[in-house]
Design a protein around this ligand. Structure first.
Ligand code: FES
Ligand code: FES
Length: 158
């Protein structure tokens, strides 16, 4: 049975009829068309579905949509402004942190949350923040390099 879900997604107030058991990832991807949030393991293991809820990383595959009613949800689509990538997104591009594109949105959202609470993290702090985000096909050096480069710029989206 559907119920009205009211929340803010990427700065826009939404009201949608959503099933009581609907997962946040399905709401974002299927109802809103925000397919940047990826479904990897679908079991809380890989971090590909990471979004921010009130600025904190949250696994959208393990979150009921109605549980974030009234909250502010941010997805990878919300980081770019007027067609311009955020500094963190550019850093992933410039420092080769982006590989297959499947894990990258979750990596960037987890890193975004880190840089907002700790603008100058150490490499170890970056590794800890990204520990829940798995990549099957590359090492993590370029990913950590990318977050570190963005931290040196000092610009995050909020
Ligand atoms: S798809 Fe959510 S943790 Fe893997
Ligand atoms: S899973 Fe994304 S680069 Fe490997």
């Amino acid at each position: 049975m559907k119920g009205l879900l009211t929340l803010t997604v990427n700065g826009r107030l939404r009201e949608d009829a959503v099933g009581g058991n609907a997962l946040l990832i399905d709401y974002l991807r299927d109802t809103l068309g925000l397919t940047g949030t990826k479904q990897g393991c679908d079991g809380g293991e890989c971090g590909a579905c990471t979004v921010l809820v009130d600025g904190e990383p949250r696994l959208a595959c393990s979150t009921l949509a109605h549980s974030v009613a009234g909250r502010h949800v941010e997805t990878i689509e919300g980081l770019a402004h007027e067609g311009n990538l955020s500094r963190l997104q550019r850093a992933f591009h410039e420092h080769l942190g982006t590989q297959c594109g499947f894990c990258t949105p979750g990596m960037i959202m987890a890193a975004e949350a880190l840089l907002r609470r700790n603008p100058q993290p150490s490499r170890d702090e970056i590794r800890v923040a990204l520990a829940g985000n798995l990549c099957r096909c590359t090492g993590y050096v370029k990913i950590v390099d990318s977050v570190e480069a963005a931290s040196k710029c000092g610009e995050v989206t909020a």
